[in-house]
Design a protein around this ligand. Structure first.
Ligand SMILES: Cc1cc2nc3c(=O)[nH]c(=O)nc-3n(C[C@H](O)[C@H](O)[C@H](O)COP(=O)(O)O)c2cc1C
Length: 337
């Protein structure tokens, strides 16, 4: 199975939900939340795509980088490249239901394992989604659990469940504080303050992750609370219309806080060179969202592996073509500013 076949299958099986556009820019699917798109007019999703595409890399081909190194270590795991599967739930109402949430979780845990990396599982108003994600971590191995910003006692309950299955880390998608999908299920979510965060961090020995941060001040708050990793993200543009994109704030956040906390990023990673750009801006790694959905629906666990391998191969190529030796020390000089 190759990437073309995976995408063709997915296009057929996701009719009405995702058009598998040549450029996955948030235009066709604008407003489809629930669905595959961005919130409202889709401007936040579109901005993620546009700002990342506007950032250009400089090609250099006269150098000694013949075999770039892509291995890295995240959450105590040696990964084949710095690309982790983003937490995603709601296969029925978001993707059209070709795979169930259980099948999707199976695909991402197995597909990521085969590609030498790891996956995050998500949480939503349908409690079953989180449970089947954990089930698959227990059954097949590595994974991280990202919980909605519910009341702390509800989060802690779910942290215990993640500990029991041997998750590598736990966290919250803080930007899920006002999600429509949670409202649909009548489950309270909301913002967290310093004390809330401290309580969560202190409730577990696992690395604690906060996903969905876009400001230096909030990363500083996370540092004060003892958070292990922040993920610079606007949730694929699905939470708030007209917000800024990760790529616009990442560099400043890394400059001001990167020596005190682990920083990952997501938003519109569609090709290997996108990963390289985020690494050049200082992220330790990226999360991949929508393309993994195509992988699962288009080819189940093999499809997920094909998507990850394609990104990995493209990253390798773009490292050669920018003279980048190692993913752990990508120079800002490869960016055209
Ligand atoms: C259909 C769909 C469902 C998602 N569900 C979750 C979720 O349950 N928890 C979460 O933290 N993020 C969720 N996200 C956001 C992703 O984890 C990630 O931040 C985003 O998709 C990255 O952008 P990209 O899709 O452009 O790569 C979801 C995204 C999509 C497209």
């Amino acid at each position: 199975m190759d990437i073309k076949e995976v995408k063709e299958n997915a296009k057929e099986r996701m009719k009405g939900f995702c058009n598998l556009c040549r450029e996955c820019d948030g235009v066709w699917c604008a407003g489809k939340v629930p669905g595959m798109g961005g919130a409202g007019t889709g401007n936040s999703f579109k901005r993620n795509y546009e700002k990342l595409k506007q950032l250009k890399v400089i090609m250099r081909t006269l150098h000694n980088v013949k075999n770039p190194q892509m291995e890295c270590e995240l959450f105590g795991e040696k990964l084949s490249f710095p690309g982790i599967i983003a937490p995603i739930t709601g296969t029925k109402f978001n993707m059209g239901g070709y795979v169930s949430d259980k099948e999707y979780s199976e695909d991402i845990i197995l597909g990521s394992k085969q590609a030498g990396t790891i996956a995050m599982i998500g949480d939503t108003g349908d409690e079953n989604c989180y449970k089947v994600g954990l089930e698959m971590i227990k059954k097949y191995g590595k994974g991280i659990a990202i919980i909605k910003p519910r009341e702390n006692k509800e989060i802690i309950k779910r942290i215990r469940m993640a500990e029991e299955v041997g998750a590598l880390g736990v966290g919250i998608d803080a930007d899920g504080a006002g999600l429509v999908t949670m409202k649909l299920f009548g489950q309270p979510v909301g913002p967290k303050n310093l004390d809330d965060l401290k309580e969560l961090v202190n409730s577990t020995k696992l690395p604690f992750i906060v996903k969905g941060i876009l400001t230096v001040e909030e990363v500083e708050l996370c540092i004060e609370a003892g958070v292990h990793t922040v993920i610079i993200s606007n949730h694929g543009g699905r939470c708030l219309n007209d917000t800024i994109s990760s790529v616009e704030v990442l560099e400043e956040i890394v400059e001001k806080t990167g020596n005190k906390i682990n920083i990952l990023v997501d938003g519109s990673v569609r090709e290997g060179v996108d990963i390289l750009k985020y690494l050049a801006l200082g992220a330790k790694g990226v999360l991949i969202g929508r393309p993994i959905i195509w992988g699962s629906i288009g080819g189940r666990e093999e499809g997920v592996k094909v998507v990850l391998d394609t990104l990995k191969n493209q990253l390798y190529q773009s490292m050669i073509l920018t003279g980048t030796e190692n993913v752990n020390s990508v120079s800002k000089k490869i960016l055209f500013k």
